[in-house]
Design a binder for this molecule. Sequence first.
Ligand code: SAM
Ligand code: SF4
Length: 329
Amino acid sequence: MIDPFGRQIDYVRISVTDRCDFRCVYCMAENMTFLPKAELLTLEELARLCDTFIDLGVRKIRLTGGEPLVRKGIMTLFEQIGANVASGRLDELTVTTNGSQLARFAPDLYRTGVRRVNVSLDTLDPVRFQAITRWGKYDRVMAGIEAAKAAGLKVKINTVALKGVNDDEFDRLIAWCGAEGFDLTLIETMPLGDIDGDRTDQYLPLSMVRARLEQRWTLTDIPHKTSGPARYVAIGETGGRLGFITPLSHNFCEACNRVRVTCTGTMFMCLGQEDNCELREALRASEGDDLVKQAILDGIARKPKGHDFVIDRRHQKPAVGRHMSVTGG
Ligand code: SAM
Ligand code: SF4
């Protein structure tokens, strides 16, 4: 699939649920209304959709959410998609998780063909962890991360950089990830969905973070590519890698290779734009996949050049009304 700007689209991120067992302050309001279950794609429909994307040339699928591992029966979906990794039709099946269910599922994930997991962890301080995630259990997440490592999964830690919240912890996170053999990616907050607080207070440009880290660590730019938007540096002292995802201070759209599908089957061609394309009706209209294939191709033909996120005091509303937990991170 090639979009109007010549970019090859071979990566799909699919949100399998909008529900979550955490309530991270930058992601959700505490009192969220979730979608009625009947609106979600069934696991069978999700599997069919993934097959169709693979037929169209997709080589990498990431399952996300909400919290993907809280969806009932989700391992059957991993199994079905994972069979394509075994047969060589798909290069990679991955997952982004808050880690709460990893202690239970890590060996199953490995068995179904997953080799890398992204675990979101913003702090190594249990008290802060509680404040950021509201409902999360620190010990459980730590046990989950260890279980993932023990199961042979390569772990990448994703940390949202929050001014005044965790910006004094990056050195500690780098050292910990180095010792554990995990890569680390720092992410700028994005203006997605209404939350209880004000995002301008939390926004921390990663260019500033990098300059500060360079006083303590030897950071060398490396061309490492994971088909994601992160720019990577090698950390001389730990031998680990550190990624920066900077949607606001550095626009990464020119290399965008992906689309996102929500748990109700709406395909968003850009995380930061409203234009979308409904795949659920096409999936349900017939047993064959021609309609849904056509719907996907119609969407790709409208993929926009890029997003126009802004965070500043003049823009009090989020740039995009839907939450990250709807489109998937
Ligand atoms: N629940 C899973 C998790 O937390 O990893 C998967 C979904 S979560 C929406 C995916 C990623 O998006 C997480 O790393 C989270 O920290 C990040 N995220 C959520 N809201 C965000 C926002 N407004 N700006 C930047 N990152 C955000
Ligand atoms: Fe849940 Fe992930 Fe959002 Fe936190 S960031 S509330 S874990 S979906």
